[in-house]
Design a protein around this ligand. Structure first.
Ligand code: UDP
Ligand code: MG
Length: 309
């Protein structure tokens, strides 16, 4: 049977770009040649986006729309699109044309050559503030250094995923979602497709600072236990210092060297605080395990089987 593609496009207050974005994406999808659907997820837009989506859907049967009751956030909108998608490969793309639709063809080629995931890797980011570029640059590197999950640098959610990857996403129902981390956690054969990130075609970013911080913490908390181990390591360092201080004071006392008595108290204080930190970190480890169990991710993912009937 012929393979099909699903394009997933989250939309939040995007009336300025929606129509032109649809035209460009639709044109690219036609060029690629597979039967396709374009799934728009309206993430609680309060502008005219939904009206435009109704018009587009009326004229184009390949366009499907799911509209949220309120703003649930970009990662949830993409997940909703994945839930609805019927294609053999799913492509996730922003509506604002920052991810160039021409790159989809390269992703599809990589998929035809056997890639399970073809992810967009940003060579350059045009038209974004220095603040955004700097924080993004630093964030991806901090995350990489903290996380045991391989999360490629400078990579967003613009990617193609094969049906088998999408099926694993369907099983991962964790609420604080960081899709690029989840994708890294799954493994599979992932191929980078380099591209230059365009300026937003029109309108302003819908990722407020608050939303960005939220996504950043979802990435770190969901994919690293470093903050917890850090607390323990800090405790261990403090305990060592307190111990050394205590030994030094005992030696001084034995040699009858005088020193202020509050130094005993200081060592005791630092030592006790260190013990508290160590136990907090220990408790954190249990919490971390509970969190892991609650996420209820699949225990393993089989990518291929031979002679297994
Ligand atoms: N978006 C969304 N819900 C939100 C915020 C953003 O669905 O709460 C969509 C938005 O319409 C766009 C994509 O997510 O298609 C990326 O958002 P944006 O371009 O504003 O982020 P940036 O590129 O500035 O990081
Ligand atoms: Mg954008």
């Amino acid at each position: 049977m012929e393979k099909t593609l699903s394009l997933i496009v989250p939309v939040y207050n995007e009336e300025e770009v929606l129509r032109i974005s649809f035209e460009k994406m639709d044109e690219q999808m036609k060029k690629i040649g597979y039967p396709y659907e374009i799934i728009y997820v309206n993430d609680g837009s309060r502008d005219g986006s939904m009206k435009i989506l109704r018009e587009i859907a009326k004229e184009n049967p390949q366009v499907k729309v799911r509209s949220f009751s309120r703003n649930f956030g970009h990662q949830t909108a993409v997940t909703c699109g994945m839930d609805a998608a019927k294609g053999d490969a799913l492509i996730i793309i922003d509506v604002d044309l920052q991810d160039p639709p021409e790159v989809i063809a390269d992703m599809v080629k990589a998929w035809e050559n056997g890639a399970d995931i073809a992810y967009g890797k940003r060579l350059k980011r045009k038209g974004e503030t220095i603040f955004k570029k700097l924080t993004a640059f630093a964030y991806y590197r901090v995350l990489k250094s903290m996380s045991a999950t391989p999360i490629p640098l400078d990579t967003g959610d613009f990617r193609l995923i094969d049906r088998k990857v999408a099926d694993v996403f369907l099983k991962m129902r964790e609420h604080n979602r960081f899709l690029r981390g989840m994708s890294g956690w799954m493994g599979f054969e992932a191929v980078p497709i380099e591209y230059v990130r365009n300026e937003r075609f029109a309108g302003k970013t819908k990722y407020t600072l608050k939303k960005m911080l939220r996504l950043a913490s979802d990435g770190i908390i969901g994919f690293s236990d470093r903050p917890l181990t850090l607390c323990g390591e800090f405790g261990a360092v403090l305990l060592t210092l307190a111990g050394l201080g205590l030994v030094a004071l005992i030696v001084l006392a034995c040699c009858k060297v005088s020193f202020p008595a509050w130094l005993w108290a200081l060592c005791g204080l630092v030592g006790l605080n260190a013990v508290t930190l160590l136990f907090m970190s220990l408790q954190g480890m249990y919490l971390n395990r509970m969190y892991d169990e609650l996420k209820d991710r699949p225990l393993y993912i089989v990518a291929e089987e031979l002679n297994m009937e």
